[in-house]
Ligand binder design. Sequence first.
Ligand code: SF4
Ligand code: SF4
Ligand code: SF4
Length: 246
Amino acid sequence: MKPKVAFFSFTSCEGCQLMFLNLEDELLDLLGLVEIVNFREAMKEVLADEYDIAFVEGSITTHSDIEEVEDIRKRTKILIAFGACATIGGINAIKNFQPLDDVRKYVYDRDWDKIDTVPTMSVDQVVDVDCYIHGCPVDKKEILDVVTSVILGKTPRVPDYPVCVECKLAENVCVFDKGLVCLGPVTRAGCSAICPTFGNKCLGCRGIISDPNVNAEKDLLAERGLSIDDILKEFRMFDGLSEVSK
Ligand code: SF4
Ligand code: SF4
Ligand code: SF4
């Protein structure tokens, strides 16, 4: 029996699910290994309501999201937080830095008090998560690595070293030398340092590594004339739920 796989989406742009569909060369092989039973973005049918693997994309931002993800958890053996919105709150966590009612009024205008919303949470702030696929969007190779590991009953390896490691392996010119502020020294690798490789700064979309030398990074940034507020804003874009953003 193939493992039953389902996809669910909460507050997000659904771009991470698109990355799964964009696997192109590998998708048919992958579909030979698993049975997709629920995937609103790709099919109408719902073929099962219990899952071996559930990909959960998006942040939890409403009371109904909380109830729904708790229900999915009960019906799932291995729950994968899928993409930055799900793993670290992502861009949706920016709203947590403003009074919630101000955000509701700004977004929903005169009907603001009819809209259900709670401060943004990552999926693991609500239910237990078994695996993480980081990034905004997720990396296609990492999807394959994680799915393969899960099917084989292995624990997926999630990099816990900085983007700088991959950046140096790619022999990139450091974007600090171009006057940009890069969060690569404290951000989890796994994306092949794609942003610096194309001349851009790392914005920290894969989250902060578990043992970052954050103070050194702050000093590094301050040496370049940035205030602490500027620095926090840099962390807050994707990592607003992390301690360093508080
Ligand atoms: S992590 Fe990024 S690409 Fe994925 S759903 Fe969230 S906003 Fe979209
Ligand atoms: S560009 Fe960014 S990721 Fe690359 S070495 Fe410099 S600080 Fe590190
Ligand atoms: S370089 Fe940074 S911002 Fe770009 S994909 Fe990697 S972790 Fe995300």
